[in-house]
Ligand binder design. Structure first.
Ligand code: 8YV
Length: 313
């Protein structure tokens, strides 16, 4: 008997193939009426395959009374109600480590694009302005500048290492100091913003970090400062960000994530001092394949009676 698995949203082809081969699959994304569908199949479901974006809410878990495991595609699990899962003894797995390098590279890419005006200068060349107007204004070096990382988990540490290669002075803010790390610690994020050329945000999303990057932090970063966000849109007060950029209180932003994806505020689209990505931090073929493999392998280990490979907590 194949275990029954609920697939919340369509996954990459190799994940779909593996899930369909190993399990009796139930595709929530094909249902017209999700509540009715969950009422009908819920009892049979022993596993859920979902993504960091789609998550799993208490109603979904409650509808699946025999649920044992939620396997999440993505490292960020803010869309999964973890206390509810824990209260029901449901294992939750995510896809850590395999994406560290690519998300860290995205952070560095945005930092360099922002400080060197990459997108605006690309447009400048394409528009034929160079021969007419001459060289554009000089830009901002990052070597010997302090870059503050907000969140120093696995990806934060990968970013810190890469910043070292660029000869930046690395600082970080986290709830507590990590004495094993050779970087300057700030308990106060506003102080770190004031002392830094740029902040790179890579702390998990969710209620605890909602709007952690607020007007005060942006003002401390200042008119020459750069805000880079590769975590979750919810961590940054997006209205305050738009206002700070418009009013020149904050210099630049490099954003991979937004409050209401895939919607991006119109005001940001019109700005030259902003570089935007469509939530592609981990978006390389190799990394996404490895993330998909972990979704499959976590479920496979669990249903083979072994411990899940990358459980939370
Ligand atoms: C994924 C991410 O795009 O891992 C994460 O938390 O944000 C990205 O790597 C996303 O989770 C897929 O839904």
């Amino acid at each position: 008997m194949k275990p029954d698995v609920l697939i919340v949203g369509k996954m990459m082809p190799h994940v779909m193939e593996a899930l369909e081969a190993a399990y009796t699959t139930h595709k929530l994304y094909e249902a017209d009426d999700r509540t009715k569908f969950l009422n009908e199949v819920g009892e049979s479901i022993r596993g859920i395959a979902t993504s960091g974006h789609l998550g799993a809410d208490p109603a979904m878990m409650d509808a699946c009374a025999n649920l044992e495991i939620i396997s999440c595609y993505g490292v960020g699990v803010d869309a999964i109600n973890l206390p509810h899962a824990a209260s029901k003894g449901i294992i939750v797995t995510n896809t850590p480590d395999v994406l560290n390098d690519d998300v860290a590279n995205t952070a560095l890419m945005l930092l360099l694009a922002s400080t060197r005006n990459l997108v605006a200068y690309d447009k400048f060349v394409r528009a034929g302005r160079w021969p007419k107007e001459g060289d554009p204004p000089l830009t901002q070096a990052i070597a010997d500048e302090q870059i503050g990382i907000v969140g120093i988990g696995r990806i934060g540490q990968a970013i810190a290492q890469k910043l070292g290669v660029f000869h930046c002075n690395v600082a970080y803010h986290a709830r507590s100091e990590r004495t094993n790390l050779p970087y300057r610690y700030y308990g106060n994020i506003v102080d770190m913003a004031r002392d830094s050329l740029a902040l790179i945000v890579i702390t998990p999303g969710g209620a605890a970090t909602h709007h952690l990057i607020n007007r005060e932090v942006m003002d401390a970063l200042g008119p020459k400062g750069h805000l880079i966000n590769v975590s979750r849109g919810s961590v940054v007060d997006e209205d305050a960000l738009v206002a700070a950029l418009i009013e020149g209180r904050l210099g630049y932003a490099g954003l991979d994530v937004f409050a209401n994806e895939p919607q991006v505020p119109d005001a940001l689209l019109a700005m030259d001092n902003v570089v935007l990505q469509p939530h592609q931090g981990s978006g390389t073929v190799r990394t996404r394949r490895a993330m998909g493999d972990l979704v499959i392998d976590n479920l496979a280990a669990h249903f083979a009676g072994k411990p899940a490979l990358t459980p939370l907590g």
